[in-house]
Structures are given as C-alpha cells and as structure tokens.
Write a protein of this length. Structure first.
Length: 193
C-alpha cells in the first residue's frame, strides 16, 4: 500500500510540473490540469468523542495543521494534503498525515458569492507511531472566506478564513461506535500563494 501511495504522489507532482512547463512555453495552450499549489497553516482545536460518547470522554486539544491545496482546471475537484498534530499536550493526538480530493459543492458556494465554501473530502489518513496505520476518513468542510470578502486589497490578509471540519472515520473496526466524528475548527492562514 505504501508503494502505491508513493507512486500516486510522485505521478501527481510530475503531472503538475509538466503541465506548468507546457503552459509557460505556449501562451495559447489550454490551462494546465493542475494549478499553482497554495500552502496554509491552520491553528485550530480538535474535539473528539462529541456524539456517541459520555460527556466525560470528550476531549478538546490544540491542533497544529499544515496543508497544501492543489487546484485543478475543474471547479468541482481539487487535491489536498497535509500534516497535523496536537503538540500542546501529551494526551493529544500524535502526527497525522492526510491526502485526497476536495469535492466542492459549487452551486452552494456560488450562491453565497464566495463568502462560504462547502466541500466533501474523502481522505486517506495515515497516523504516526502508536497509531492505527491507514484509515479512510470522510470529511465535511465549511470555510468562511472573510479575508477574501473584507480585505481584498491586502495580499496576505485576503486569504484568511475560518473553517469547521467534521471528520468521520469510515474504516472503524467491529464493536466500535459507527458514528463518532471528530470536529476541527480554527483559522486558515495562507503562507504561500
């Protein structure tokens, strides 16, 4: 499985570089399949055990999240990858890697004039040492793009956004709660385009 993941990641990088190089050579060429990646740091909080657990079992910790989004030619599809961990507490989660597609709900996003972005993100999540290995997680994302709407003329600040994610592990083992999502919420701060 690790070889397949590495192969897919390598192919995506090569396709992005090749498409960008072709577009630079010929100004009349169709837009490249992949656009310029954007990088962001997302200081946030992660709350676990919020629905089908006892109130005492619920836990909220600081979550450091870094992600890259690679847009595509289609408004209905983008790619995301990144890392997150809970560095503030020994009881918080360890390093987690994630990658997969972003599937925006374009009609809703257009209806709000760009203020609100909603998407469904099927992600492959890889946990670090002491974790479960690989899991398939279905993520629902809501992003309030207040920077793009209120600070358009300020290059850095125009990318600020508030986000709310609900992550449900689809690959739960038998005997575990079937619906016990994790909530992640905070600010998205761009660090490069």
């Amino acid at each position: 499985m690790k070889r397949i993941v590495k192969l897919v990641a390598g192919a995506m990088v090569l396709a992005c570089v090749a498409n960008t190089a072709v577009a630079q050579e010929d100004p009349t060429a169709t837009p490249p399949l992949f656009g310029t990646p954007s990088f962001a740091v997302l200081p946030s909080f992660l709350t676990s055990c919020v629905i089908s657990c006892d109130a005492e079992a619920s836990n909220t910790d600081f979550n450091a999240r870094f992600q890259t989004v690679i847009p595509t030619r289609s408004p209905w599809f983008a790619l995301v990858g990144g890392l997150q961990w809970g560095p503030a507490s020994d009881e918080a989660h360890g390093p987690i890697g994630f990658f997969g597609p972003i599937i925006p709900l374009v009609p809703i996003n257009n209806a709000t004039g760009g203020w609100l972005g909603l998407s469904v993100d099927p992600l492959l999540v890889i946990t670090g040492a002491g974790g479960d290995g690989m899991d398939f997680v279905l993520e629902g994302a809501a992003v309030l793009n207040f920077g793009a709407m209120m600070m358009k003329d300020m290059p850095f600040w125009s990318g600020l956004a508030a986000f709310f994610l609900i992550d449900q592990n689809i690959t739960t083992e038998s005997g575990e709660d079937s619906f016990n999502p994790v909530l992640i919420y905070g600010l998205a701060i761009p660090i490069a385009p």
